[in-house]
Write a protein that binds this ligand. Sequence first.
Ligand SMILES: Cc1cc2nc3c(=O)[nH]c(=O)nc-3n(C[C@H](O)[C@H](O)[C@H](O)COP(=O)(O)OP(=O)(O)OC[C@H]3O[C@@H](n4cnc5c(N)ncnc54)[C@H](O)[C@@H]3O)c2cc1C
Length: 368
Amino acid sequence: MNYDYVIVGAGLAGLTFARIKADEGKKILVVERRSHIGGNVYDSYNNDGILIHNYGPHIFHTKDKGVYEFLSRFTEWNDFQHRVLSFVDGNLIPMPITLENVNKLYNLNMSTEEMKDFIAKKAEKIDEIKSSRDVALSMAGQEIYEKFFENYTKKQWGVDPKDLDTSVISRIPLRYNRDTRYFTDQYQGMPKFGYTKMCESMIASKNIKIMLNTDFEEIREDIPESAQIIYTGAADAYYGYKYGRLKYRSLKFKFETYRMEEYQEAPVVNYPNDYDYTRITEFKKMTWQKSDVTTIVKEFPCDYDPDDPEADEPYYPFPTKEWKDKFALYKADMDKEKRVHFIGRLAQYRYYNMDAVVRTAIDLAKEV
Ligand SMILES: Cc1cc2nc3c(=O)[nH]c(=O)nc-3n(C[C@H](O)[C@H](O)[C@H](O)COP(=O)(O)OP(=O)(O)OC[C@H]3O[C@@H](n4cnc5c(N)ncnc54)[C@H](O)[C@@H]3O)c2cc1C
């Protein structure tokens, strides 16, 4: 085991760190318990030849030029600009809350100035913003909160938004113009040949060795003292759950393929108030693949149950004080580690977008 770094997890956090250090001439071992690299950004072609995102739709978007430039070494991008529609009161309404959205919802034809007055009258005055519900009400008022956010959030998290940390609905994107793109970040798009191809290109270095289907526990005792460990798995697992398990929310995905060119009007349609699923994604609308069949995925949120053999992955750390406090116990231990560095959404127990994960790994690589 003659490695400078042993990296646990072949997601974006682990692979970013691996590649930077490999380019510096360091010897890297990446261990990954799944049978593939990429972590949750993994994509693959299904039996109908459609490129799907196996762990749910991933749209890359960032304001961080350094992150964009780093990933652009490993992929070209298509210029995809994400759009979302929300099925509300029987109509498909563009998300987020923009002039288009509000005009369509209320069947009005307001100008920007009129919309500002309209929203200002609806927004509720809340002295102390304590929950996600407070965030939404204080920005857009009861009606918009109920139609777009309340039930969607309940479905997604299984609890009322009033019990969720403000970070879940940290701010409602409110735009007083007609820009109906979901994200307005300067850099956005899809890797032209998919995320898996991008990740394969990231590890194409003679200094990186990958062990798939291998849990950290299987090699833990064999790692020499001289190697540093970059751990991107779950914090509670690293410490043998000594303070108990952390809570995660998960998703069950239902993929369906149809013999038609197009299934829906937008890449993603949200269903805040109807059905048990939260949203439907049509992959071809994001990847621009041409085919006379199309594949969609419906997302059914659920709690992560590690004892359920059918269980999916622990996707979302649970954003309430109780679970943040429990994570703080692990964090105190993590801070004392000398040669183990914890990065990524599982180890840091926080929801991170792809760009933030890559940024954390770039910064850590500079530091160690
Ligand atoms: C449904 C969904 C949709 C998303 N959509 C977007 C989006 O549109 N845009 C965006 O920017 N971000 C999105 N994200 C977030 C994005 O997936 C993450 O930011 C990113 O994938 C996190 O990378 P990571 O390396 O931290 O974690 P992961 O991708 O989870 O990688 C960690 C890896 O470590 C492995 N591992 C864990 N424990 C062990 C162990 N003990 N031994 C060996 N291996 C181990 C895991 O198998 C996994 O492969 C989405 C996330 C989800 C769940």
